[in-house]
Design a protein around this ligand. Structure first.
Ligand SMILES: [Zn+2]
Length: 466
């Protein structure tokens, strides 16, 4: 049950910037900002002296209970969303994979059946179009999903063997329909033909180590498809969001189209902002656990992505969270091609952006909040219910202690896996309280919420947030 609550003495990041103010929460909503002496007496007062008070994180990119070929991630919605809560995220935008022969809305509903019972934080989803055998039928299903309150869709320009690849005509047709209906197209951009043939060629030559992953899919493989998609988005006027941009060139390509006035957006992930492909070195025994798509890149890419965050050409940082266990990663590790892709990271997303961005590189608190919360809420149509500390918005708030150190070892985290790609590392800056619609659902690293308390947040895209 939400109670009435005052957060006192904190440094609040809100509309109009960073301010020292108190926040009044009544029930599930934020009622006022100001001096708490003017507030009515409340059931609970949290003293946030020395802490930073930000809107609850909005993760635009998680894969909870995600199947990969025959492998299912063992993490269930309750475990994944409790970890999200502890790490400062109160809304997740997950993915729903369409089953062949079933509709896109079926995918959304079956995802929500799990989330309704188990999600500890608020949620929505992005359905992934997979059944393109009859393109017209597939295109006809988009509208009912938007009407249902889910305006975003996802496709891949790679992963032929997984049945996810869309060819150029399909890409064009889908972008055209989504544009006509005013939806948001999210796209995994890597050139499937070159990227995947290169993998096969390397394996044929006996080059099977994980380190060949980044060699099979170098920057240009990603950049050329971002470029292609941007050209189509320009032609068709589609609101388009490139997921997990990893290259130093990516934000600039996307921004060159934004400069022409197009509603196109760039997401990156916290692992592309901290880890390099050196972790694939055979000297490094855990190489296989770093397999993700696109692959990890160079320090110069990391620095360019940070410049993009600072300049506002990188709009969001998602986690692209997939929680396979080490055993799952090892199961199919004969060659790099078959190792399940994906890194667990939803719990550490907000703290890593804080440390690596705010503390190390001087990213402003305002920009930090934009990339971990506000921008995703705006782009996916959840704003101003989500993504902002303002009267009338949901009381989703994270109190972050900028001095608190936290280990990133798997044993000290709560995601449904025994592996951490940040093993042996620690961060400075960690949430000490996470509040979802007025209720404290995580406090001092303990989950205090409940599975099933999360609610579906309907999305409605607004023209002004482009
Ligand atoms: Zn993903």
């Amino acid at each position: 049950m939400a109670i009435s609550l005052i957060i006192k003495n904190g440094t609040v990041v809100s509309i109009g910037g960073v301010m020292k103010t108190d926040v009044l929460i009544q029930g599930e909503k934020i009622r006022a900002l100001g001096a708490s002496e003017s507030f009515p007496k409340m059931e609970r007062v949290i003293d946030a002296e020395g802490k930073i008070v930000i809107p609850g994180g909005v993760d635009p990119h998680t894969h909870l209970e995600h199947p990969y070929l025959v492998n299912e991630s063992k993490e269930t919605w309750d475990v994944g969303t409790a970890a999200l809560a502890i790490g400062g995220t109160t809304t997740t935008i997950d993915f729903a994979i369409q089953e062949k022969g079933k509709s896109l809305l079926d995918a959304v509903k079956s995802q929500f059946t799990k989330a309704e019972k188990l999600s500890a934080i608020d949620y929505t989803t992005t359905p992934i179009l997979t059944d393109l055998t009859d393109l017209d039928t597939e295109l006809d299903q988009i509208k009912e999903v938007i009407d249902y309150g889910v305006p975003s869709f996802k496709i891949y320009t790679i992963f032929r063997q997984r049945g996810l690849y869309v060819n150029d005509w399909q890409l064009y047709s889908i972008l055209r329909r989504v544009s006509e209906l005013g939806g948001l197209m999210t796209i995994h951009a890597e050139n499937g033909l070159i990227g995947e043939e290169m993998q096969v060629e390397l394996v044929k030559r006996g080059k099977t180590d994980p380190k060949y992953w980044s060699i099979a899919k170098p920057n240009f493989v990603e950049n050329m498809d971002i470029q292609k998609i941007m050209m189509l988005a320009e032609e068709l006027g589609t609101k388009t969001y490139i997921v997990h941009t990893s290259t130093r060139e990516g934000p600039g390509i996307i921004d060159s189209y934004r400069k022409k006035g197009l509603p196109v957006f760039c997401e990156t992930c916290h692992h592309y902002l901290w880890l390099t492909d050196e972790t694939f070195d055979p000297k490094f025994p855990r190489g296989i656990m770093y397999m993700c798509s696109p692959p990890l890149r160079k320090q110069a890419d990391i620095e360019a992505l940070w410049e993009g965050v600072k300049a506002g050409t990188v709009h969001t940082v998602g986690s692209d969270h997939v929680a396979y266990t080490m055993a799952k990663k090892k199961e199919n590790s004969e060659t790099f091609i078959t190792i399940p892709n994906g890194l667990p990271g939803c719990e550490v997303r907000v703290p890593i952006v804080f440390q690596e961005g705010v503390l190390k590189r001087g990213v402003s608190l305002e920009r930090f909040v934009e990339v971990v919360s506000t921008n995703a809420a705006k782009i996916f149509g959840l704003y101003p219910k989500k993504g902002v500390i303002a009267p009338g918005s949901d009381a989703d708030i994270v109190i972050l202690d900028p001095d608190k150190k936290h280990s990133l070892n798997a044993a000290d985290l709560h995601m449904g896996t025994d592996l951490s790609v940040f093993e042996g590392m620690e961060v400075t800056g960690w949430p000490v309280a996470t509040i979802l619609r007025g209720k404290v659902i995580a406090e001092d690293d303990k989950f205090t919420g409940m599975a099933g308390e999360g609610q579906f947040v309907k999305g409605k895209l607004q023209k002004k947030y482009t």
